[in-house]
Design a protein around this ligand. Structure first.
Ligand code: ATP
Ligand code: MG
Length: 245
């Protein structure tokens, strides 16, 4: 469904993506893992037209996305739930959700989707008239995912949906991601929580300073000692051995 080929993005002198390639087949959950600064968010920004690639290809359902504006990419069927929640704090939960559907004109289907999102996230339904800024961190995370879903994406890009959540809520969010996938939404999941992500992902890629250093099926990747290495990088040698558990 999505093919990224030799993608390169730089910010001035910093090579954030140094030619990465990966694929997201239709109906799958693919995880993109890696340490801080490895290029995960940049990848999602490039796919959605928010960062300008200097090389490579981004092919979605057979069409080149590179160079196209963000609104066209959303219309093509891709949505991003960005890192750090990025909701509109002064607007209500309801208005935030509607913003996700700003270009849709199919009112009945839109209302059906809103109902579906409230079913999926009952906390949002209870708080629909509340200012989004007063939601807890986890609830804001759910709102960011809900808002992305309001554009009816066929491909959903999630940037660290578990960031800052308590373990129980992490479980809940990952469960919801699995359910969305079962309903037919293809998912590209960016995570630092490799263990949780690889439990639900069909396939995963590990980035290290803008390159893919490892890839494989979920369980296989989890068992790979190189995964730990990629996460800790050079610090792995400098840090003391882990405490026995
Ligand atoms: N707007 C920007 N200007 C300059 N450098 C940037 C910019 N955005 C990202 N970078 C740099 O590009 C590299 C990749 O950043 P990116 O945000 O993609 O990492 P990430 O894998 O998402 O990290 P994290 O896990 O911390 O979110 C980093 O070295 C970062 O400092
Ligand atoms: Mg990031």
């Amino acid at each position: 469904m999505l093919e990224v080929l030799n993608l390169k993005v730089s910010y001035g002198a910093i090579k954030a993506l140094d030619g990465i390639s990966f694929g997201v087949p239709r109906g799958r959950i693919v995880a993109l893992l890696g340490a801080n600064g490895s290029g995960k968010t940049t990848t999602l920004r490039a796919i959605t037209g928010l960062a300008a690639p200097e090389g490579g290809r981004i092919v979605f359902e057979g069409r080149e996305l590179k160079g196209r504006p963000t609104h066209e990419i959303i219309r093509a069927g891709i949505a991003l739930a960005p890192e750090g929640r990025r909701i509109f704090a002064n607007l209500t939960v309801y208005d935030n959700l509607l913003l996700g559907a700003y270009f849709r004109r199919d009112q009945p289907a839109l209302e059906r989707d809103l109902g579906l999102i409230y079913d999926t996230f009952p906390r949002l339904a209870e708080r629909r008239t509340q200012a989004a800024g007063t939601l807890s961190g986890g609830e804001q995370q759910m709102l960011a995912v809900g808002r992305a879903l309001m554009s009816q994406p066929r491909l959903l890009l999630l940037d660290e949906p578990s960031l800052g959540l308590a373990p129980l809520l992490v479980k809940e969010v990952f469960h919801i991601i699995t359910r969305l996938n079962q309903r037919g939404v293809t998912i590209l999941l960016v995570e630092q929580n490799a263990a949780a992500a690889l439990k639900i992902a069909h396939y995963g890629y590990v980035l290290e300073t803008g390159r893919v250093v490892l890839e494989g099926m979920g369980a296989e990747l989890l068992a790979n000692p190189q995964l730990q290495q990629a996460y800790l990088g050079d610090e792995a040698e400098a840090s003391p051995p882990p405490l026995p558990s």
